[in-house]
Write a new protein. Structure first.
Length: 186
């Protein structure tokens, strides 16, 4: 079987965000989950420019089933899957998984397929026509993560995350972000 993720043993259980459901989230999680701007910028505003990106996984693969549905991709269609950890001085702050279909890469003039260690948020929030389409939330139990991800990100408790469909020129991409304990304490 071909690996679809460095982060996950299996697909997380996502729940569609519904208006008024914020009160079920801890306050610190609400603050991050409902951030309208770039999470990278918010991290840099707090931690400074030392916030760095480590690439964990960067390959063309078939996304998980719910990711296919969110992106309205035909079955077995590949997307560029990019998983990263944002950290400061090796202290894990945020994990992210992005699925970018080929059509989206084309309209973004290939900027999205050659990010290297540049944060995705730094690039996509510069597009004037960026739209936020939908958002889902999850609380991921430690056994959903791979043992390598648990070790590298110091995951020993359930982790909250948000998954957002963004569109550039009406072409979608899926960005999932997971809030590690360090950032929830601020």
């Amino acid at each position: 079987m071909t690996t679809k993720s460095y982060l996950f043993n299996h697909e997380p259980d996502w729940h569609e965000h519904r208006r008024g459901s914020q009160h079920h989230l801890p306050a610190a999680v609400q603050s991050w989950a409902y951030e309208a701007g770039s999470l990278t910028q918010r991290l840099r505003d707090y931690y400074g420019n030392e916030v760095a990106v480590s690439i964990l996984f960067h390959q063309w693969r078939t996304p998980f089933l719910s990711e296919h549905r969110q992106l309205q991709l035909p079955p077995h269609r590949y997307g560029l899957i990019r998983e990263v950890m944002l950290h400061k001085n090796s202290k894990p702050l945020l994990l992210a998984r992005t699925i970018i279909p080929e059509e989206t890469i084309k309209v973004a003039h290939r900027n999205l397929s050659h990010l290297g260690t540049r944060p995705l948020g730094e690039v996509i929030f510069s597009y004037p026509d960026l739209e936020r389409i939908t958002m889902d939330l999850t609380l991921i139990k430690p056994n959903t993560w791979t043992s390598t991800a648990q070790q590298n990100a110091n995951i020993a408790q359930p982790i909250w995350g948000r998954r957002t469909v963004y569109a550039i020129q009406k072409r979608p991409m899926l960005v999932s972000e997971f809030f590690l304990p360090e950032i929830l304490s601020h």
